[in-house]
Ligand binder design. Sequence first.
Ligand SMILES: Nc1ncnc2c1ncn2[C@@H]1O[C@H](COP(=O)(O)OP(=O)(O)O)[C@@H](O)[C@H]1O
Ligand SMILES: [Mg+2]
Length: 157
Amino acid sequence: MLTFLLKSEEETYRFGSSLADKISAGDVITLSGQLGSGKTVLARGLIQTHLNSNEYIPSPTFNLVNIYDSKKPTIWHFDLYRLKNPIEIEELGLDEALADGVTLIEWPEKALEYIPNNVLNIKINTHRETNQRQIQLIESTLWFNRIKEFKFLFESL
Ligand SMILES: Nc1ncnc2c1ncn2[C@@H]1O[C@H](COP(=O)(O)OP(=O)(O)O)[C@@H](O)[C@H]1O
Ligand SMILES: [Mg+2]
């Protein structure tokens, strides 16, 4: 596990950006943390940088998934907060996402039984007094070697 301190929205965005050239088809990244902790900001940094575009990346709050396929691999950005039943994640196209996309999932807790084991879980905690964010990267075995590079990457941010 690695932890980082992010002092501003900008830093959260940059953290996401820096992940963009580390991802490849089949990757699954889950984003955990309370409402307003910065999950969408981080995803936005990753997606905009991957697309190399200023296209606004909205939160998938109501549609539950947004798909970005203008550049491969396709990014599937899920927000499961409003999922009523875990099985609904199948109707949103999860299998297709996992098959050859990059899958980003806010609120994975809402459908845990459908989330694969080999994920990188990014956990965001808000520090009550300073309002800064502490980020924990909790890696599955598949990610164990990959996240070692991240340490150096983020130290240089
Ligand atoms: N490192 C940070 N320090 C302070 N505020 C932050 C930081 N990162 C994000 N924020 C703020 O937190 C909010 C996060 O919103 P959002 O990403 O939509 O949260 P979530 O998707 O987790 O519900 C934004 O208002 C943003 O300005
Ligand atoms: Mg969000």
